[in-house]
Design a protein around this ligand. Sequence first.
Ligand SMILES: [Zn+2]
Length: 276
Amino acid sequence: MALATLQEVLSIAVESNTAIPGFNIDNIEGTEAIMDAAEEEHCPVILTVGQGAIKAGQLEHLADLVKRIARESTVPVVLHLDHGISYEQTVQCLRLGFTSVMYDGSHDSLADNIRESQTVVRSAHAVGVSVECELGAISGVEDGISHKNVNLVDVDEVREFISKVDCDALAVGIGNAHGMYQGTPHFDFDRLQACQKLSPPPLVLHGGSGTPDDMIRQAIKLGIRKINVATELRMAFMEGLESTVGQRDFYQMYRTAKENMAALARHKIQLFQGKL
Ligand SMILES: [Zn+2]
């Protein structure tokens, strides 16, 4: 099937009170592993290209890969830019055929974030592409970028932002962080509920790696409709490679890495779909 937009798959999640996975992709094998899991579970999937992959020179390769995979896929696939760093980068992705772009202005002032987000939305919507924005900078380290800000979103800022920016999804900081958590994370669910009462666009949880299943269920119950997982998938892949390194069998190493990653992706999908 053709690539789907973020808005299209999130409307499925809104109707079914589930969350769609936003899985980061870095290479062909990992992308295939995620697609194996998504097709097996009949679940739409958001294939996300992050800043680490872009820095590694993978932007165009991954865009081509996802477009080919989507044509052959039995489930809706979104080609999504994660944490777009500038208006220019989002435009580059529009040209490459992305069906969704995230613009992350959460580290700027609210006024600047609103202004830049409006510009991205205007360009993306003109060509039928969805936009995710962010409020309450999500902390932790992602793709080598460290975010030290306090990451609790201000509910009044959410109210103002959504009255001015017609985005299709909004990532909020509620105590979530990128990378793996040291110990159990603490999510401010009251804050999430207060955001949800404002009837925002579908809300997004970044930093899904290592979040206890119960907290994921609660977040979905309170309106989270997209959950990002990157680090945990990469770790599953690397652990697969490490477990076979002594065998010195190139293809067996990749097979094991893919199977490991697909098993984790299946678990996350089942959890996000309310099956676990
Ligand atoms: Zn993120």
